[in-house]
Design a protein. Structure first.
Length: 333
């Protein structure tokens, strides 16, 4: 039995979370949940955006499933996502992008996994402004260790999951130092995996190639800013932000989440689509070594996606969140 910290989140968070926990219960998945909320709902109830009880739970479980969180706008509120990434050194942002029958997309046969470095680069938080000169510097700090860790994670994943190719996206032709560190890491680590094809691509060309022929990519690895942009581009290839998932992974902790927000416009109305959160929960099961449970639920989800009338409104159907969840349960083999 695995113990997992469950963060229901704000807005539609509790509705899509209930769909996932209902499906897990029906499928008898060996997971027990420790529920602790964060974000706006938590802040309004207890004055805490990121309660200590949640952090204590995560310190122990080292794995969480997280619904969308609203960070209140205003001074003094740090992004909860960034706080968690830094506290647990979640240096990998892993974003699979896969076309799925039943989910509209311009492409077929896209099946790639993007590894974005999650803690360094232009998002290191090193920013300076010289008032007198009117000059702003945002420092992109990249370390040899950081580059090695993310590239190694991408190759280890490719190796473990039988993927054939790793593409490293960079701008080393212009960023002679920071870009080169990443490229050097790619050259060095790819040599340890002779059975995996390795290539590097300059980021602007990479964007064009992704749009023209995304089927050619398998595992992609890149630095923080490029990865942020590429990950949404890849979401656009397979149906948009509403159906893709992400994981923030470190050496000894991982947080799995839907990448969409709390959808305040439809919250509380039973209209939310739980697909993205369910897919992140399935990625979590893979991480926990529960591959068979993950595959069984994924098969039921994919079967459901082929029944247009059983889907939620955003996918063109008429079903409520819980009706959609119950169709998935009925489709469990
Ligand atoms: P959003 O993703 O919440 O909503 C954009 C549009 O997509 C809305 O029309 C919404 O109804 C729809 N939508 C999103 N998820 C859906 C689902 N599962 N099923 C059906 N329709 C869905 O983005 P928005 O409106 O920009 O942000 C709302 C709040 O969410 C903000 O407070 C923002 O800070 C927060 N947010 C949190 C994130 C996180 O915790 N990972 C990520 C993005 C936004
Ligand atoms: Mg982003």
């Amino acid at each position: 039995m695995h113990t997992v910290t469950l963060i229901p989140g704000d807005g539609i968070g509790p509705e899509i979370t209930k769909a996932v926990t209902d499906i897990f219960a029906a499928a008898q998945v060996p997971v027990t949940w420790e529920e602790h909320n964060a974000g706006l709902t938590s802040f309004e109830a207890s004055g805490e955006l990121l309660p200590q009880a949640l952090l204590d739970s995560l310190d122990k479980t080292r794995v969480a499933l997280k619904g969308p969180l609203t960070t209140p706008v205003g001074k003094g509120f740090r992004s909860i996502n960034i706080t968690l990434r830094q506290k647990y050194n979640l240096y990998q942002n892993v974003r699979p992008a896969q076309t799925t029958p039943g989910i509209k997309s311009r492409y077929e046969n896209v099946d790639l996994v993007l590894f974005r470095e999650n803690t360094e680069g232009l998002y290191s938080g090193l920013e300076y402004y010289d008032d007198r000169l009117g000059i702003a510097d945002s420092v992109s700090r990249v370390t040899v260790e950081g580059c090695h860790k993310i590239v190694r994670a991408a190759f280890a994943y490719a190796d473990k999951h039988g993927r054939k190719k790793v593409t490293l996206a960079h701008k080393a032709n212009i960023l002679k130092l920071a870009g080169k560190l990443m490229l050097d890491a790619g050259k060095e680590i790819s040599a340890e995996y002779p059975h995996i094809t390795y290539e590097d691509k300059i980021i602007d060309n990479m964007c064009m190639q992704l749009v023209i022929r995304p089927e050619q990519f398998d595992v992609v690895v890149t630095t923080n800013l490029f990865g942020d942009i590429l990950s949404d581009l890849c979401a656009g290839l397979v149906g948009g932000l509403g159906v893709v998932v992400g994981a923030n992974v470190g050496d000894d902790a991982a947080i799995f989440e839907a990448v969409h927000g709390s959808a305040p416009d439809i919250a509380g109305q039973g209209k939310a689509n739980p697909t993205a959160l369910l897919r992140s929960a399935l990625m979590m099961l893979q991480h926990l070594g529960e591959k068979d449970h993950a595959t069984r639920i994924e098969d039921a989800l994919n079967k459901t996606l082929q029944q247009p009338e059983k889907l939620t409104g955003d996918l063109g159907g008429k079903a409520s969140t819980s009706e959609f969840a119950h169709t998935i349960i009925d489709n469990l083999a």
